[in-house]
Design a protein around this ligand. Structure first.
Ligand SMILES: [Zn+2]
Length: 258
């Protein structure tokens, strides 16, 4: 069945005449809704639709943007959002495809300083008797401290840099963590692997911190490092094209395939 829409008129071809009248009414209403949607998409996003003709047999097609002249696709929508066409976006964090969404979301919240650290809760007027970091019990717990400054985190990061054969990196804030992968030499995937490992490490440190608070369990640096290595192996093997990844090689050097 093919619909041709012009103004508020909707023509159907390929339908049986018996059902025509009732169906046509429904299509007219549908057609108006489609036209409103097209107007909105064109006005807001520069998107246009061309309708094929039932007589010529052409298919309807979506066109995206006057400049690109490219067919509509979800990838182009994502690109549009990333281009920050209509709004200034100051975030530096990029989503990494091979780590799970929960890890990406945590990283996004960390960058926006939206994780519930003790200091953040205190700023939201939640009464807490102790604001110190659960891991080192020395400095007030902020997202920057727990993931970058903390002595516990420093030891975890040192092991991770050693594992990745990167020179020791002193991380002073969250921005540093979001930029480290850019300095990694090698192909695009080498940077992606390091970015994912950094995200996994933040996730593992934050989990260790929560374990201490809620389960009264004293996390150990070595345990957090093992979690980073094993979870990143599992995710990288199952969520990227590197299905031939081997644990025995990964655990020695995660970029061995690059
Ligand atoms: Zn600390």
């Amino acid at each position: 069945m093919v619909a041709e829409i012009s103004g508020d008129f909707c023509l159907l071809t390929g339908t049986k005449p018996v059902a025509g009248r009732r169906l046509l009414q429904r299509w007219k209403s549908f057609g108006l809704q489609v036209l409103r949607l097209i107007g909105f998409l064109k006005g807001s996003w520069g998107m246009a639709i061309t309708f094929g003709s039932g007589r010529t047999g052409n298919n309807d097609s979506w066109l995206w943007d006057d400049e690109a002249k490219a067919p509509f696709s979800v990838a182009l929508v994502k690109n549009l959002f990333r281009k920050d066409r209509y709004e200034y976006r100051s975030h530096k964090m990029k989503w990494e495809s091979w780590v799970p969404i929960k890890v990406n979301i945590l990283m996004w919240r960390i960058e926006m300083n939206r994780i519930p650290t003790r200091l953040a809760l205190h700023h939201r007027h939640i009464f807490l008797t102790d604001l110190t970091c659960p891991l080192c019990e020395v400095v007030d717990e902020s997202s920057c401290h727990v993931l970058a400054d903390c002595g516990f985190s420093f030891c975890v990061w040192s092991s991770i840099w050693k594992w990745c054969k990167l020179d020791p990196i002193y991380v002073f804030d969250i921005d540093d963590l979001l930029h480290i992968h850019k300095n990694v030499k090698g192909p695009k995937w080498a940077k992606k692997v390091i970015r994912g490992i950094i995200m996994t490490t933040c996730w593992a440190i934050w989990n260790a911190c929560n374990k201490k608070v809620f389960d009264e369990y004293n996390p150990k640096v070595a345990e957090v490092v093992v979690v980073v290595k094993s979870m990143s192996f599992l995710w990288h093997k199952s969520r990227s094209r590197f299905i031939s990844l081997l644990w025995k090689d990964w655990v020695v050097f995660p970029l061995y395939l690059m």
